[in-house]
Design a protein around this ligand. Structure first.
Ligand SMILES: Cc1ncc(COP(=O)(O)O)c(C=O)c1O
Length: 342
């Protein structure tokens, strides 16, 4: 329901970063010396870079030569053309975020997936910032793999179990990192040292999942169904963000806020990001008046009206309070970022 895949292509397991490690271990071919490069981007969450670089080292490759990054022309967004142009002949695998975690840009998942397929490049998506708020059709589109956390728009709670998608064309691959939870369920408790992999993505599971972290996810997925699925949530999220956008233009621009999220709805995820020189002070000031944004170093405020429980009226209240914080200068009561005690 969430990623547009058949059940056998999805596993709820591990954590985001661990799942990326597992997918690289399963899909990256270190013997392909003609195509040693993994392509990523300069704006993705650092953990993905850590995982890719360490994986390359583990497989005997020097990441300084084999981890290539698509650069951002403006420091906040990426262009589809730059990404596709970077898919050169030496690239074997690409890892990209569907939504950039700072600016909230939604990449053109369909066009990029098609381009990678046409070049026989393995493509994987980090869906952490889109799952649960942007509908996906990964299997039909032909993406090779995806991984994500369930603790943002899927509401399963901080540190909840992660997820991964493996396209059916890879279902026969041996898991790079094998463990007993990836054994065929009927065989698992035979505890035979020979690994008999489960069918589909389930074979990429490694150890026992945390039931206490799966339970809230089950509850949250029920709520998604009751709410009409992710397509309905996406529409509501776009409506809320459109209202927020109008209020930003009308009431916040005079205070020096600059929107760094692309304006077209099809290029936006679930949050809007505002650049402001005092963002690090504004964030706690806003929390102090009951509005919870998020701060990203060095100067970005992220606002994510959650489509499940935020009303259009609450978007107005949030902006009104932000205007008051700026108007009164209340944010100056907080130390500039970099000077605060830890
Ligand atoms: C885009 C993205 N990728 C990866 C991660 C790392 O997630 P985890 O701590 O579950 O490995 C995060 C965490 O917030 C993220 O936002």
């Amino acid at each position: 329901m969430m990623v547009g895949a058949t059940a056998g292509s999805v596993a709820l397991t591990g954590q985001t970063t661990v799942n990326l490690h597992q997918l690289l271990a399963t899909l990256y071919d270190a013997d392909d010396t003609d195509r040693p490069v993994i392509l990523a981007d300069a704006l993705n969450f650092a953990s993905d870079h850590h995982a890719i670089a360490s994986h390359l080292r583990l497989r005997g490759r020097d990441p300084r030569r084999t981890l290539r990054q698509v650069e951002s022309p403006d420091g906040h967004t990426l262009t589809t053309a730059d990404i596709i142009n970077a898919m050169t002949e030496d690239v074997q695998l690409v890892v990209l975020p569907s939504v950039l975690y700072v600016s909230g840009q939604l990449l053109d998942v369909a066009a990029i997936t098609t381009a990678a397929r046409a070049r026989h490049i393995i493509l994987g998506w980090d869906l952490s910032h889109s799952i649960g708020v942007v509908p996906h059709q990964l299997e039909e589109m032909g993406a090779d793999f995806a991984f994500w956390c369930n603790y943002k728009y899927l509401n399963a709670g901080p540190g909840a179990i992660g997820g991964l998608f493996l396209h059916p064309r890879h279902h026969e691959r041996a898991p790079g990192l094998a463990g007993w939870w990836g054994v065929e369920p009927a065989q698992r408790f035979k505890l035979d040292p020979t690994h008999v992999p489960a069918t589909g993505a389930a074979r990429l599971q490694v150890g026992t999942p945390s039931i206490l972290s799966l339970a809230p996810l089950a509850g949250s997925l029920d709520l998604f169904e009751q709410a009409g699925g992710v397509a309905a949530i996406r529409q509501r999220s776009l409506d809320l963000n459109q209202r927020l956008l109008q209020r930003i233009d009308a009431d916040l621009t005079p205070f020096g806020f600059r929107l760094i999220t692309p304006r077209p709805p099809e290029a936006r995820g679930g949050h809007l990001a505002l650049h402001h020189p005092a963002a690090g002070q504004i964030c706690p000031a806003l929390r102090d008046v009951g509005v919870i944004p998020d701060y990203r170093h060095p100067r970005v405020l992220r606002i994510a009206p959650n489509a499940f429980h935020t009303s259009p009226g609450e978007v107005d209240v949030a902006v009104d309070r932000l205007v008051a914080v700026m108007h009164t200068g209340a944010y100056q009561n907080w130390p500039p970022v970099g000077t605060a005690a830890p």
